[in-house]
Design a protein around this ligand. Sequence first.
Ligand code: NAP
Length: 442
Amino acid sequence: MSDLAQFAIVGSGPSAFYAAENLVRSERACRIDMFERLPVPYGLVRYGVAPDHQKLKSVAAVFERIGAHDSIRWCGGVEIGRDLSIAELRDHYHAVIIACGTPTARTLDVPGETLEGVCASSAFVGWYNGHPDNRAAPLDLSAHSVAVFGHGNVAIDATRLLSKPASELAVSDVPNQVLERFRTSQVKCVHLIGRGAPDRAKFTAKELRELGELTDVKVSFPQGAEQLLEWLKTSAGNADLLPVWQTLTQQNKSAFHREIQIWFGLAADRFVGERRIEAVQLRAVDERYAREWHGATLDIGHAITCIGYRGASMLGIAFDEARGTIPNASGRVLDANRAHVPGLYVTGWIKRGPTGVIGTNRADSVETTTALLEDWPRITAATKSGASAIDPLLRQRGVRVFSFADWQRIDRAERERARAGAPREKLLSQDDVVEVLSGAAA
Ligand code: NAP
């Protein structure tokens, strides 16, 4: 058995860092190379968690400490599938852990979904969080009414960001250009539309409650607040939500700047418009809540679909197309015949699907690394070269690799560039990152 086990982790979001932490905590001699496509780490924490939820983002401080560990080498700017293949990683590391998340937003697949003014959650969330892939604003926010589809926390995030006064977003880490767009937003009404019952919504109570606490924002129920209370009497679903719905129905604001209208039992049947979206035609999914709204049309100028995410398949790894995840048994990747693939593991959303909060990934990564540690004698029997084989390949291929020390410089630069009261001003592209690192814009 070789002395030092060589591990690769694909991705550098929460599940990747938790997996790395578990491996170094096991106190077995190992080196971990963590590969990230972007020039900066932290995945969902940096680009998924809403910018006005800075407390949630503060978990990055934990990852910062893990990333600085001597046995862990973070390699930014390296895309697996483009710069290195899975087969190469498997050749040169004892084990490979896939922790690349589920980046693709699910779509409704209804007519008109490609009209201007309709976008998926990935584009909207990526934009307001300064993701390099989403620099252009997907919506110009010139419309009075917006429909947000889905009753999950991503839909709540989108609704809250559209409804909050820009002055409150100024102290978050939304990039300047995003803040400017929110400042000039013409949005007055956000329709938050779910296909299910109130007690079956996927919201967490804290997030739903926050909607009722927004400054100058009224929450209303076009299907009737009394009706909602009636529905709740027979509720058998998420009990945590019941008191929050009750509080929201008691809101009695006469003066407000924006309104959030919450709808149940309805889905988009088609988006209507010539080039730009002008309306959405609704379909009653749950007859108990929405019969009289079947076929109704809402005039809207923007629509955002927040109906979950799916992973992308990777060459050389079996993929469950229906779930959008990598088939596995307790984190051990399975092949098409459902046999374990030696030395290949998976964790996070690409393993279990896009569910749970950031902390859920800790338990998920414990399960995966426990499987790996059980397999340790078998998978570490041969000698593997790790970085000493991979680095020459990356050099030959002309890949500009960003180090953790580079990220620490970027982090400092972003904090220094922040507008008053904001935690940071994110660099929005790889070119900006390179410029800062070269000293030109430090
Ligand atoms: P989610 O919680 O799964 O919610 C997805 C919503 O989309 C559900 O209401 C679902 O309805 C609906 N939906 C799915 N397919 C649909 C279709 N074809 N037509 C109409 N509606 C459809 O997903 P998410 O909001 O993307 O959140 C992903 C994960 O991140 C969740 O675990 C969430 O809690 C977490 N998250 C947490 C926070 C936070 O803690 N602050 C913030 C953001 C996200 P059904 O229920 O009927 O399927």
